[in-house]
Design a protein around this ligand. Structure first.
Ligand SMILES: Cc1ncc(C[n+]2csc(CCOP(=O)(O)OP(=O)(O)O)c2C)c(N)n1
Ligand SMILES: [Mg+2]
Length: 328
């Protein structure tokens, strides 16, 4: 695939945007501004930016717990994504969802429900609706290597394969599930996605830190799904730089391992070097994009900090209760 300068620029910009966004979220979580757990995707930017570029706004997105980048690129006003993480009234879920439940049905970001693997079952609904209504929209679902051990994954894949549903499975294999290494829990850890072949679903294992490779593979799988050829599993090999959550010291990982991924395999550094080497962009032009992304994030931060807290009575809105309790 010959990528245009505009596409490469967008891929680069979106990766630096996600990187700086996560840095701000980490900083404010540690300062105590953000309620609840925060799972950061620093180091995994190519997976999110590459896949999202292959989708259109009407495609359904099922993020997981580590998907701020997906929510940021789904078409939602970005400041409302950060405001949601801050639990503010102006957040896209009214501050009720927080980091893990950023939902925007208008942009077809279907949110995450916190049960690992459940999104691989609920995503059958939107995929079936697209097929039934012949809309050619695709459903993309994100999940991790640890989640690959959950039963729902296989229940979902069986139906998706049988009905040839338009699903893009994005298996983000970052080598760890909390503190557990892939090798320690999976009986066949080499290519986790090979299991999909048992359901006649094709899979591809991709360097998840190469945004161009991710974008190209996702585009191919999305095209396949749109044309009625059914689901594909993309396994993206990557690494999370941070611990399981903001504040986790991650002492279970060898220091040298983290250093290799940071220094030698950074997805942003990698694209940057390629773009300069190919003379697509100069370092000054890329620095300017970096600066622009920081400015955009400062705008989001100002909005989130200045936004009001939700009113206490808002807490019981959208909560299902029985008739007699409601009538009280
Ligand atoms: C059914 C279920 N079991 C356990 C948890 C707690 N939990 C949250 S994230 C996580 C690890 C997920 O690992 P992985 O799928 O590799 O994703 P990563 O955190 O590496 O992005 C666990 C066990 C959960 N949310 N749901
Ligand atoms: Mg993992």
């Amino acid at each position: 695939m010959n990528l245009s300068k505009e596409t490469l620029k967008e891929l680069y910009y979106n990766m630096v945007l996600i990187r700086h966004f996560e840095e701000v979220v980490d900083e404010y979580a540690k300062k105590g501004y953000i309620p609840g757990f925060v799972h950061l995707s620093t180091g995994q930017e190519a997976c999110q930016a590459g896949v999202m570029k292959a989708l259109k706004e009407t495609d359904y997105k099922f993020p997981d717990h580590r998907s701020h980048g997906v929510c940021l690129l789904a078409g939602t006003p970005k400041e409302r994504v950060l405001a949601e993480i801050f639990g503010k009234k102006t957040g896209i879920s009214g501050g009720r969802g927080g980091s893990m439940h950023i939902i925007d049905i208008k942009c077809r970001n279907m949110g995450f429900n916190a049960i690992q693997g459940a999104n691989l079952v609920t995503c059958l609904g939107t995929a079936f609706a697209s097929q039934y209504n012949n809309t050619q929209d695709v459903t993309a679902v994100f999940f991790g290597d640890g989640t690959m051990g959950r039963g729902e994954v296989y229940e979902g894949m069986n139906i998706a394969a049988k009905w040839k549903l338009p699903i893009l499975y994005v298996l983000v294999n970052n080598r760890y599930a909390i503190s557990t290494r892939v090798e320690d829990v999976h009986s066949y850890p080499e290519n986790l996605s090979d299991r999909a072949q048992g359901y006649c679903i094709p899979n591809e294992v991709i360097d998840g830190n190469d945004v161009i490779a991710v974008y190209e593979a996702a585009s191919k799988a999305v095209k396949r799904a749109r044309e009625g050829e059914g689901p594909t599993v993309l396994e993206l090999l990557t690494y999370r730089w941070q611990g399981m959550f903001s504040g986790d010291p991650a002492a279970y990982r060898p220091k040298e391992e983290v250093e290799i991924w940071k220094e030698e395999r950074c997805p942003i550094k990698r694209l940057r070097e390629k773009l300069v080497q190919d003379k697509t962009f100069t370092t000054e032009e890329l620095d300017k994009l970096n600066k622009e992304s920081l400015e955009e994030i400062q705008g989001m931060l100002k909005y989130a900090l200045e936004s009001p807290e939700p009113e206490p009575e808002e807490a019981i809105k959208h909560v299902y209760v029985g008739r007699e309790v409601q009538g009280r």
